[in-house]
Design a protein around this ligand. Structure first.
Ligand SMILES: NC(=O)c1ccc[n+]([C@@H]2O[C@H](COP(=O)([O-])OP(=O)(O)OC[C@H]3O[C@@H](n4cnc5c(N)ncnc54)[C@H](OP(=O)(O)O)[C@@H]3O)[C@@H](O)[C@H]2O)c1
Length: 242
């Protein structure tokens, strides 16, 4: 290849990678967040982080659908919508606000998530008699998700409170803890910062294997709702000074 052509091609590659990096940030330099799912949790997180100034791209099967466009009109100009794979491509933080059973099937079409932070707020359970039990997986949803996206940094977080109390923690008395777990320390710190911006209280409880117990916390609170026929609680974890 001619030297000038090589230089031009290197220049084009650098320009493309700079463009890709720029696409995950905005002028104010807050990281763009992709939220896959526009339901109760996805729309709540978009509202909370949109309010805090983060550019948000919502991933949907039907981004042109009237339900999604009305949601965008409500959420304001910092929130856009795209297909699931396009939303994930545009951001370095990707939230799976989706039903876990759908994710296994969807994963191959979502694209390469290598290097990205995945926030996993998903819950899955099977009811046996009066109480919810673990789903038909031996580990946790987060560990399964990590094995489907081995190059990503999965952080379990935000699966325990209700979306309404995430939007307004004062409804639950003001102190709502978010236990989070993951194998990448700096990814957990970034997720903890996002949680704090929502007015919630993050607590790093360990590596990704701890997701098994965080998911069990939700099964306990869901079981309590069934047991009491409608009462519920949120978790407030109080680290004791030693
Ligand atoms: N809601 C809460 O209070 C809360 C709190 C903590 C954690 N979570 C967890 O968050 C996740 C989402 O819960 P949610 O309450 O937001 O559910 P939801 O209101 O039913 O919304 C689910 C979203 O997933 C999309 N979806 C469903 N099946 C899909 C598929 N096969 N392919 C692509 N997209 C699909 C739906 O898209 P369409 O609109 O196109 O159907 C919708 O946007 C669950 O794993 C749940 O356990 C929820």
């Amino acid at each position: 290849m001619h030297r000038r052509t090589v230089i031009a091609s290197i220049g084009a590659t650098v320009a493309l990678s700079t463009l890709a990096q720029a696409q995950t940030r905005t002028a104010g330099s807050k990281e763009r967040i992709a939220i896959l799912g526009t339901g109760s949790l996805g729309s709540t997180l978009a509202e909370c982080w949109g309010r805090a100034g983060y550019p948000i791209v919502l991933g949907s099967r039907t981004p042109q659908d009237q339900r999604v466009t009305s949601l965008l009109a409500k959420l304001g100009s910092t929130v856009s919508a795209a297909t699931l794979s396009e939303a994930a491509r545009q951001a370095s933080i990707v939230v799976f606000a989706l039903p876990w059973p759908a994710v296994r099937t969807l994963m191959p079409s979502i694209g390469d998530l290598t290097g990205k932070i995945i926030i996993d707020p998903m819950n899955s359970m099977k009811w046996v008699g009066a109480y919810p039990h673990p789903p038909d997986i031996a580990t946790s949803v987060s560990e399964e998700l990590q094995s489907l996206a081995p190059g990503a940094k999965v952080v379990k977080a935000l699966n325990t409170p209700t979306a309404a109390n995430m939007r307004d923690p004062k409804r639950a008395g003001g102190h709502v803890s978010i236990p989070l777990a993951g194998d990448d320390v700096s990814a957990k710190a970034q997720v903890a910062a996002l949680v704090t911006q929502m007015g919630l209280e993050p607590l790093d409880v360990g590596p990704l294997v701890a997701a098994r117990y965080i998911e069990a916390m939700l099964r306990l609170s869901a079981g309590y709702v069934a047991y009491t026929r409608g009462k519920y609680f949120e978790y407030h974890l109080v680290p004791v000074k030693t």
